[in-house]
Ligand binder design. Structure first.
Ligand SMILES: *[C@@H]1O[C@H](CO)[C@@H](O)[C@H](O)[C@H]1NC(C)=O
Ligand SMILES: *[C@@H]1O[C@H](CO)[C@@H](O)[C@H](O)[C@H]1NC(C)=O
Ligand SMILES: *[C@@H]1O[C@H](CO)[C@@H](O)[C@H](O)[C@H]1NC(C)=O
Ligand SMILES: *[C@@H]1O[C@H](CO)[C@@H](O)[C@H](O)[C@H]1NC(C)=O
Length: 228
């Protein structure tokens, strides 16, 4: 098998946003990531790149469009190929001040989690990763989210080599959106990104192939989900 073929089997970027049952073109609304060609992960949870993994921390935001999305509707991140690693998926949002296409957006303690997909566990099956090999992950923009400009940060924490510190692989993308028809909800708990993880959480530093005898199930890292 050629290296090219091998590399084309899985992809760890999700450049397309699914809005109104329509798929956008690559990087239209998702800030182009530094791994758009290499597919390499972020592994340093305190690096500024951990926020959006941008190609260029100065120019990418202004070169990316902002999608209008309706509160309560389903949105997705779509990859050009299967996201092949066993892991955990989640989605964070932050109000974007002064605008979604500004680099200043999301630099404070303003992020909240709106969705997650954890592996399931039982004594007989061990961890089961139903999300392995999906092409797209979907979530609902909370109906009561106040209207306005936001970033939506999708994250896959790939856990196949997460048994030592710094081994977990983070695949990240930030979409720029303008939420309309929202409500008066108060999202929280709020966290900073980077800052939300130390890298030592039991859901990040974990040997999924050799769980301790007293294991009782996957513990998602980060704050609880705000559903609106
Ligand atoms: C992680 O990123 C922080 C902030 O940029 C940096 O200080 C630190 O040296 C990095 N750690 C590693 C292991 O590269
Ligand atoms: C999605 O639909 C809403 C409501 O019709 C519209 O305002 C918005 O522009 C659409 N968004 C995109 C990205 O097409
Ligand atoms: C996300 O939605 C799309 C479009 O409806 C669907 O094809 C896809 O299977 C969904 N992804 C998951 C993981 O459910
Ligand atoms: C599980 O066992 C390990 C030692 O193997 C121990 O450090 C840990 O505290 C135990 N956890 C629980 C929840 O009992």
């Amino acid at each position: 098998m050629s290296l090219l073929l091998l590399m084309s089997v899985t992809k760890d970027t999700f450049p397309d946003l699914w809005v109104n049952n329509t798929l956008s073109s690559d990087w239209k609304y998702v800030r182009e990531t530094a791994n758009h060609y290499s597919n390499g992960p972020v592994t340093n949870v305190t690096d500024p790149e951990f926020r959006c993994y941008e190609l260029d921390l100065v120019n990418t935001a202004s070169q990316t469009g902002t999608a209008t999305v309706v509160a309560g509707s389903t949105v997705g991140f779509h990859s050009d190929a299967s996201m092949g690693h066993p892991g955990y998926f989640d989605v964070y949002m932050t109000p974007a001040v002064p605008a979604a296409n500004s680099e200043a957006a999301g630099t404070g303690k303003t992020w909240f989690k709106i969705w997650e997909w954890s592996p399931t566990w039982s004594k007989s099956t061990g961890l089961v990763f139903a999300s392995e090999n999906i092409w797209q992950f979907n979530f609902t923009i909370p109906k009561s989210l106040p209207s306005g400009q936001y970033l939506i940060r999708g994250e896959q924490i790939a856990l196949h080599v997460a048994e030592s510190y710094g081994g977990a692989q983070f695949y990240i993308g930030c979409a720029q959106v303008n939420v309309i028809n929202g409500g008066t909800g108060k999202p929280g708990p709020l966290v900073s990104i980077p800052g939300v993880y130390t890298g030592y959480e039991p859901g990040i530093l974990i040997n999924i192939y050799n769980l301790p005898a007293n294991y009782t199930g996957y513990q998602a890292p980060g704050p609880a989900v705000w559903t609106g």
